[in-house]
Design a binder for this molecule. Structure first.
Ligand code: 13P
Length: 365
């Protein structure tokens, strides 16, 4: 294993206040998002959409790496230029999703285990030869009555660690993604408790499997109250629920938006307690937050804590970068340019958030 190459790649992924763009939706996920907007669920529509993303002018100024899906890494622009060549031209590092999805965990009703270890060594070798330099594996943790169970946490952490060790053997930086879902009625405090337990379990397993921490990136959830948390409903009525946060954000300076601060504080506190300083970067998933809130929360974390933290706090968003652009595109060739502008704008907002310089005024330009 060449540790130097891994640490160099991980550093490059976090460099210059850029971040990662996840465009690795599986067919069912991509089709579901297309169906909602009346876009045909075909391979050609997926190709055209991904061409829109990778050919966005200026994307490489804000995005250091993109996470591709197996179908996408093999695709080309309409004129025959491989996507990988387009990305190389833009100075963007290609990455690849290598898990094969979350399935029901036997004997654990309501819980999931991520699969994909069988044959992984050979698949990683192929992806490396194609030009990929990092990979992603997502584990899903559900908060519920008596959940998550110890068995679920250990099984998923073990899978993440086995995957990460295989990636490093193949020269790919593993993105280790244990996602605590927003679904449920749990409080922010419960999310913090579970997130910390998950991360402790994951880092124990990473150590057991001899994963080099300097050559990996952690992709966690932000610490948030559940989507149906009664407290969230209550505060909604008085004006600081998920929708109203946005109103607050446009009306007041960011650092006065208490709801954003709470999430930023709780997230940094949980990471501070559990993530070793040797890890070079933490790149958040967006998990269903609105694009603006994801930027605002990342911004406050960096604005308040950046100077004290051992790791970079970055982004690896899918929906929070792509969704507004997808809604602009709607499968129409005539909307491509406008959608690319919207995509670039979100990338720029998130780069500003890495510097603690994002303001809601950016949303009005
Ligand atoms: P979201 O940002 O939409 O949560 O997606 C991130 C991701 O890569 C999920 O694995």
């Amino acid at each position: 294993m060449n540790t130097q190459i891994l640490t160099d790649t991980a550093k490059a992924m976090m460099a210059d206040d850029k971040g990662l763009l996840a465009m690795d939706e599986s067919h069912p996920t991509c089709n579901k998002r297309f169906a909602k907007l009346g876009i045909p669920q075909t391979m050609e529509a997926r190709r055209a959409y991904r061409e829109l993303i990778v050919t966005t002018p200026g994307l490489g100024e804000c995005i250091s790496g993109v996470i591709l899906f197996d179908e996408t890494i093999r695709q080309q622009k309409q004129d025959g230029t491989p996507f990988l060549q387009v990305l190389a031209g833009a100075g963007i590092i290609p990455g690849i999703k290598v898990d094969t999805g979350a399935k029901d965990l036997a004997a654990h009703p309501g819980e999931k285990i991520t699969e994909g270890l069988d044959g992984l060594r050979d698949r990683l070798k192929e992806y490396f030869q194609m030009g990929a330099r990092f990979a992603k594996w997502r584990a899903v943790i559900i908060i519920g009555n008596g959940l998550p169970s110890r068995g679920c946490l250990e099984a998923n952490a073990h899978g993440l660690a086995r995957y990460a060790a295989l990636c490093q053997e193949a020269g790919l930086v593993p993105i280790v993604e244990p996602e605590v879902l927003m679904d449920g009625d749990h409080s922010l405090e419960r999310c913090a408790e579970v997130t910390e337990e998950v991360l402790r379990t994951v880092f124990n397993q990473l150590n057991s499997q001899r994963v080099v921490l300097e050559g990996m990136i952690l992709k966690p959830n932000m610490v948030l109250p559940g989507l149906t948390c009664p407290l969230r409903q209550e505060v909604k009525e008085v004006g600081i629920g998920e929708q109203q946060y946005q109103v607050r954000l446009t009306d007041q300076p960011l650092d006065e938006a208490q709801a954003v601060d709470e999430v930023a504080d709780a997230t940094v506190k949980s990471l501070w307690r559990t993530v070793p300083a040797a890890v070079p970067g933490i790149a958040f998933l967006s998990g269903g937050q609105s694009a603006e809130l994801a930027s605002a929360r990342l911004n406050v974390m960096n604005h308040r804590f950046k100077a004290q933290l051992p790791w970079a706090l970055a982004f690896s968003f899918a929906r929070a970068i792509q969704q507004p652009a997808l809604e602009t595109w709607r499968g129409e060739e005539s909307n491509v340019q406008a959608a690319q502008q919207v995509l670039l704008h979100r990338a720029q907002c998130n780069r500003a958030a890495r510097r603690g310089e994002y303001t809601t005024a950016m949303e009005r330009t």
